[in-house]
Ligand binder design. Structure first.
Ligand code: ACO
Length: 323
């Protein structure tokens, strides 16, 4: 059985740090409120001259370097983003060009905060079907560009960043001892559109629009949906939650992370959390957290790593990987 093994990973955060104190100068909020409700202390904001592709390129280059690969070795780029440089073409093609890759294919995937899980699932399926041997999967967003900086209910939550991994085909036995992606599970429910959306777009207002959210509604669904995605992943592989070595969740809110881990029975010491320093970086949040835990030596070769995310749509999903 063909498996998609993670052979490289890389990330990038813009230099500018925006603290809760900085936000308190813009809107009626406090450091204490933001920390108590979300766990977020600071986030990174892209410079005026930095596009999503600039962040993504740096993460992609780092991932290729870690994998010991050149752009010419890659068959496919799948990029998750909600904040493309332009309405079209796909930002993935800008990355393809700037990496110097002149063959293969590149396209974007849009599933908001779940984007990286969706892009990973697409990349894994291309490899398992034999249509690609090496795939660069990127999650990158500049959510700061979609924020209404006068809305304290949303502008305190998000940040900018990028993360990437390289997936490579390898032969496995077809059981859970294989290295690589063991399963992906994707879900969506379009009935919840109004809980989290952007009030503009080329096909409606011809503007970019601003992010709108019913925070409580999202929160309520987040723990339930994410827990379901985790339980499905674990059950599909004949495992228990206690078998998971590292849980790398979408970094939306520390209370969602804690609530989910408790509900599915994952020990808090096994949860990778970067939300305090990154905020919610949408499609970048899972690969940013993954890179941090892989770089600091927490995630070791052969360990079981469970990724999950939920976002606008609603969309949500999980991926179980043996590192
Ligand atoms: N500072 C101070 N007060 C605030 C702020 C702020 N930044 N934002 C809202 N408030 C006020 C509200 O106006 C409200 O005041 P009122 O009672 O006078 O009307 C009060 O705080 C409570 O507001 P709620 O929205 O009910 O507060 P809640 O405890 O639900 O926390 C939050 C809000 C943090 C947004 C929470 O609902 C949440 O995290 N939801 C999930 C949202 C999320 O993560 N979205 C990301 C995309 S989806 C995903 O990634 C999973």
């Amino acid at each position: 059985m063909i498996r998609s093994v993670v052979t490289g990973w890389g990330d990038y955060l813009p230099k500018r740090v925006m603290t809760n104190g900085d936000l308190a100068k813009l809107v009626d909020t406090t450091d204490e409120w933001i920390i108590a409700r979300t766990g977020i202390r600071e986030r990174r904001i892209a410079g005026d001259d930095e596009r999503t592709s600039d962040l993504a390129l740096k993460a992609a280059e780092a991932a290729l370097s870690k994998a010991g690969r050149k752009a010419v070795d890659i068959d496919l780029i799948v990029m998750a983003t909600t904040t493309p440089d332009e309405t079209f073409p796909a930002t993935a093609t800008a990355i393809q060009h700037r990496l110097g890759m002149t063959r293969g294919a590149a396209f974007d995937v849009q599933a908001v905060c779940s984007g990286f899980i969706y892009a990973l699932a697409v990349g894994d399926n291309f490899i398992r079907c034999g249509q690609a041997g090496r795939v660069l999967v990127i999650g990158a967003d500049t959510m700061s560009r979609l924020l209404d900086w006068s809305d304290r209910g949303t502008c305190v939550l998000f940040g900018d960043g990028a993360g990437a991994i390289v997936l490579e085909a390898a032969q496995g036995q077809g059981n859970v001892t294989d290295r690589g992606v063991l399963s992906t599970h994707l879900y969506s429910d379009g009935r919840r559109h109004d809980a989290l959306y952007v009030d503009g777009g080329p096909g409606s207002t011809r503007t970019t629009g601003f992010l709108r959210m019913l925070g409580r509604e999202v929160f309520r669904h987040a723990v339930t949906n994410i827990s379901q995605a985790i339980e499905d992943a674990v059950a599909a592989n004949g495992l228990e939650a206690s078998d998971i070595d590292w849980f790398v969740p979408h970094q939306a809110n520390q209370r969602i992370l804690d609530g989910t881990a408790e509900r599915v029975g994952i020990d808090p010491s096994r949860v990778v959390s970067t939300v305090a320093r990154h905020g919610n970086t949408s499609a970048a949040s899972v690969p940013l957290a993954l890179c941090e835990a892989a770089n600091d030596g927490r995630i070791q070769k052969g360990q079981l790593v469970l990724l999950e995310a939920m976002g606008g749509g609603f969309t949500w999903g999980s991926a179980l990987i043996r590192w």
